[in-house]
Design a protein. Structure first.
Length: 141
């Protein structure tokens, strides 16, 4: 397997900006950070899609990300820390954490202005409610 993050984790390719690590997770600065304070929290076990992770491993990643975010906020500028779970740019699950200001530093892409109509929202709601029929969180695998 030729995974850039596994290579960093296995110390096969030196990465100079490792911030912290334990047996389960590693935290480092990406090679192309978006801004000061942008870091990655990466589970050491290789898996490419976050929602394929066993619930306990996914929960551990989120708990670790929360702790790292709390510390990150203390040591970087920004009013809050934003979180994105990725696994596509590098096919190994990683959490991006980055300091943001409330002024719109961090934007989730939206449909174009004017394209959101009441009919579109109603249609989305109807489709998704149908898809969630019989949904029991504990049974979702
Ligand atoms: Zn990997």
């Amino acid at each position: 397997m030729n995974c850039v993050f596994c290579s960093i984790i296995g110390e096969n390719s030196p990465h100079h900006e490792i911030i912290w690590q334990d047996d389960g997770h590693i935290v480092f600065v990406p090679n192309e950070p978006n801004r000061l304070g942008h870091i990655l929290v990466v589970p050491k076990k290789h898996i490419s899609y976050a929602f394929d992770m066993p619930p306990e491993e996914y929960a551990a990643l989120q708990v670790m990300s929360r702790a790292v975010a709390v510390r990150l906020k203390k040591v970087t500028p920004g009013e809050r820390i934003a979180l994105i779970i990725d696994g596509m740019s590098v096919p190994h699950v990683h959490v991006h954490l980055m300091p943001v200001d409330m002024s719109g530093d961090f934007c989730v892409p939206r449909v174009k202005e004017g394209e959101t109509t009441d009919a579109l929202l109603a249609s989305m709601g109807e489709t998704l409610r149908a898809g969630f029929a019989g949904f029991v969180p504990e049974q979702e695998v």
